[in-house]
Design a protein around this ligand. Structure first.
Ligand SMILES: Cc1ncc(COP(=O)(O)O)c(C=O)c1O
Length: 404
């Protein structure tokens, strides 16, 4: 009999199929680690995708045809996205300005390529997911770091504005924020949009985490794109299906464009007319099904994640030398480990070699200079796996103390 405390069978210990994950879960996870290592690394759930997604794929496959789709994407997908962001996030973007694309990562690189030129500056938060820095640099532009508190994710809007120079062309926002888990307050979102409007800047608005929000203390997600039109005239919102619907390998995402002209620029820069679209019709069908019928699964997932977060946070804050905030959104924790007297790289390397648990080091390469002194752990797994991972970390830290 299972000892799992999870009442929702979809997220019980038994729901995690490690045999399949070892074959399919790359990106520092099961398929890339030795078999005795627990990978609390990339933010990719250990649970299978919602039944709505799997059923839609099976039905499409059984139809037997894999014909070309329209270059701008399937009307069914674009309309479902437009309706979903309107009802769930208050974003008014018509289907004709929804650009399907194969992942949020690709969308970020596309936006940087369209908007930025060599010599331009783009303000990004620090620490933040490496995709922001990489996409800006890939366009030949220079990332300028606006510090956020590594525990709370808070930033100072005055400091953000002070970083604007005549070369600044874009501000990149990650809301909720990876890796601190902050859900930006309405006032913060408004402040960023006002700064951008005052200086005529574009906003790369990454909302891939916007459905993984815990709502503690009434902290609700506010989409920057739901602000009045005069503040969002140069806002481009990026979304991907990896985090909400456990479908990272399907590489599904979309971009919401503020006007027809900008839509055309993105559409052509992505070579969609010539290549017949940026997202396979099969994947658009699966993603549309997720948006239509996947929300009950997502609610159960977020309930499970909240309990995982509270459990992991309680255990990490009890460890000597570890300082951990509690994420308001996302399923990552970003504990500070500087008081252990080692760099993030050293902690991560020693955790994997000595304790057999993998975490992401807060190095500049992963999160920018502000990541140093922290490591990132993903808790979108079963309680059993999380417990074992934390047991190993706790055990390892207690041995460091003994040595001191
Ligand atoms: C903030 C942020 N943006 C984008 C991505 C990439 O998502 P996708 O799988 O859609 O490329 C991630 C993945 O971790 C992320 O955390």
């Amino acid at each position: 009999m299972s000892l799992s405390a999870v009442s929702d069978h979809r997220f019980a210990d038994e729901a995690v199929n490690i045999t399949i994950l070892r074959q399919r879960a790359y990106n520092h996870r099961w398929a890339e680690q030795p078999s005795d290592v627990i990978p609390l690394t990339a933010a990719d759930p250990d649970f299978p995708a919602p039944p709505a997604v799997r059923d839609a794929i099976v039905e499409y496959v059984e139809g037997g045809y894999f014909s070309y789709g329209p270059p701008g994407g399937l009307p069914e997908f674009r309309e479902t996205v437009s309706e979903t962001v309107r009802t769930r996030k208050g974003i008014a973007v018509p289907a004709g300005r929804v650009l399907p694309i194969d992942s949020a990562a690709r969308a970020m690189f596309l936006m940087a390529e369209v908007i930025l030129s060599p010599g331009d500056e783009a303000i990004i938060f620090d620490p933040v997911d490496f995709l922001f820095k990489r996409s800006v640099e890939a366009a030949g532009a220079t990332p300028v770091f606006c510090p956020v508190d590594p525990r709370s994710g808070a930033f100072d809007p005055g400091e953000l504005e002070s970083l604007v120079t005549p070369r600044t062309r874009m501000i990149a926002v990650c809301n909720p924020h990876n890796p601190t888990g902050r859900v930006l307050r309405r006032g913060e979102v408004q402040a960023i949009a006002e700064i951008a409007a005052r200086h005529n800047l574009w906003i790369m608005n990454d909302e891939i985490w916007s459905d993984i929000v815990y709502g503690d203390g009434g902290i609700a997600f506010t989409s920057l794109h739901s602000l009045p039109a005069e503040l969002t005239a140069r806002t481009v919102t990026v979304y991907g299906f990896s985090k909400t619907f456990a479908m990272a390998g399907l590489r599904a995402g979309f971009v919401l464009l503020p006007d027809d002209e900008t839509y055309e620029r993105f559409f052509h820069a992505a070579h969609m007319p010539a290549t017949a679209g940026g997202l396979a019709p099969l994947v658009q069908v699966a993603a549309a099904a997720a948006l239509r019928d996947g929300w009950d699964w997502v609610s159960g997932f977020v309930r499970h994640l909240r309990s995982q977060r509270d459990y992991a946070h309680r255990r990490l804050t009890a460890l000597p030398g570890v300082h951990c905030g509690s994420p308001e959104g996302t399923y990552v924790l970003f504990p500070g480990i500087a008081d252990l007297g080692m760099t993030a790289e050293e902690v991560a390397t020693r955790l994997v070699t000595e304790a057999r648990v993998a975490v992401v080091p807060g190095t500049t390469a992963f999160f920018g200079p502000g990541g140093e002194g922290s490591v990132r752990l993903c808790f979108a797994t079963s309680r059993e796996i999380l417990r074992e991972g934390l047991d190993r970390i706790e055990n390892w830290i207690s041995h460091q103390k003994e040595r001191v």
